[in-house]
Design a protein around this ligand. Structure first.
Ligand code: CP
Length: 430
């Protein structure tokens, strides 16, 4: 086996689209045994899977692969060519993905987990430089893209805000992008205008990643969100096909939900409940696009009604910076996702997500902090997943994903076993 046992098994379950229970039954082992084989190698409970099981799983996947081969003839060639944007190795929209290519990316993200969890190091991007150009506020996207690049051995140069960029002197997007291309090997760009990152991308042949273009898209956030949902569902023994996803809050200006709903629409038979105050509903063009895939879409302005039976609650912040305060009506305390409403409307295996930042100020009605110690709250597992997913994006766009596995070395320092003082027992469990 050229990849770790965890990567191998997770990939097999994804390809076969089986829950852990069904997969365990299919390969004739107890669910408990499978759970121990799926743990990260450093965990106390980790066990090595017998060789005969590994051979059997390989055989099942290969047989399944033969059956799927004719149905998916388009699925061939390097991943970066399959997801290319106008022939360039750039990531501007989730529209670039199919279900197969997104799951191929997640297989690479799984391989990055030992690096993200600080057990291994890799230098596959040694010598490469990332340009992080952020013309809007950011903590997660800017720092996690930078950290992901560094953890693959590269280094980062960045500029934040218009004030410290020559755009403040009237420089065009074209000139900025072309100049940066002479300095760096890849760029991540966040900009307040929808479509602006595509303009940067047109002016260069180096990989460009959209780190958020106004109310447009935030593809890497949606990818890490989907990766989180699939990881959490795997632990819970659920499949994404047929799940009930509730998206809550500012669905008009929230770019993360625009990308996420399109990505989720690649799966089958989903029920989306879209819960937004009047005036902040999901744009019509996205509803039309999602509807074409045959999913059920329910729009509601009642949190209590909309959350009933949800498998995932994805709360979002009201993007006050994108509209005048007087336009905001009806965003009352009833819109706050908190422990009381989740206990009332949802089961014990719901997962609560948020792209963050959440607005914790008085009167913001954003996701409550009273869920902080609740294992259903997945927000920090979600942010942690930003690193392996963004490492996978860079590895694919720069064409080094095939080098990662053999480049791994043990870390020389000792990271804490839990990086957050309040991390739930589910942290680092897969
Ligand atoms: N989720 C997200 O985009 O966070 P930042 O604005 O901090 O990058």
């Amino acid at each position: 086996m050229t990849v770790s046992q965890q990567v191998f098994l997770r990939d097999a379950m994804r390809r076969l689209n089986l829950t852990r229970d069904v997969f365990a039954a299919r390969i004739g082992v107890k669910r408990r045994a499978l759970d121990t084989w799926l743990l990260p190698e450093g965990s106390q409970e980790f066990r090595t899977m017998p060789e005969v099981v590994s051979r059997f799983v390989t055989e099942i996947v290969q047989n399944e692969g033969l059956l799927q081969k004719y149905a998916q003839s388009a699925q061939s060639g390097p991943l970066r060519d399959r997801i290319a944007y106008h022939g360039k190795h750039q990531l501007l929209s989730v529209d670039q993905f199919t279900r197969e290519s997104v799951e191929d990316l997640f297989r690479i993200a799984d391989q990055m987990q030992p690096i993200a969890r600080r057990q291994k190091v890799s230098r596959v991007l040694e010598g490469a430089v990332l340009g992080n150009l952020f013309f809007e506020a950011s903590t997660r996207t800017r720092v996690s893209f930078g950290a992901a690049f560094c953890r693959l051995g590269g280094s980062v140069c960045d500029t934040t805000g218009f004030t410290f960029s020559s755009m403040a002197k009237g420089e065009s997007i074209y000139d900025t992008s072309r100049v940066m291309s002479g300095y760096v090997d890849a760029m991540v760009i966040r900009h307040p205008e929808k479509g602006s990152v595509a303009e940067f991308a047109q002016a260069t042949n180096i990989p460009v990643v959209n780190g958020g273009d106004g109310p447009g898209e935030h593809p890497s956030q949606a990818l890490l969100d989907l990766y989180t949902i699939l990881t959490e569902f795997s632990r819970l023994g659920k499949l994404l096909d047929g799940a009930h996803i509730a998206l809550v809050g500012d669905l008009k200006y929230g770019r993360t939900v625009h990308s996420l709903i399109k990505l989720l629409a690649l799966y089958r038979g989903l029920k989306f409940t879209l819960i937004a105050p009047h005036g902040l509903e999901m744009p019509e063009y996205i509803l039309e696009e999602t509807g074409k895939h045959g999913h059920t879409i329910i729009q509601s302005s009642s949190l209590e009604e909309g959350l009933v039976g949800a498998d995932v609650i994805y709360a979002t912040r009201v993007q006050k910076e994108r509209f005048a305060a007087e336009e905001l009506e009806g965003y009352t305390p009833d819109f706050q996702v908190n422990k009381a409403i989740i206990d009332k409307c949802c089961g014990p295996d719901v997962i609560v997500m948020h792209p963050l930042p959440r607005d914790s100020r008085e009167g913001a009605h954003d996701l409550s902090v009273d869920l902080n110690h609740d294992t259903r709250l997945a927000i920090f597992r979600q942010t942690d997943n930003g690193i392996p997913v963004r490492m996978a994006i860079f590895a694919v766009l720069l064409g080094v994903e095939g080098l990662v596995q053999h480049s791994l070395r043990d870390v020389t320092w000792s990271p804490p076993s839990h990086i957050g003082p309040d991390d739930s027992i589910l942290h680092d469990m897969d």
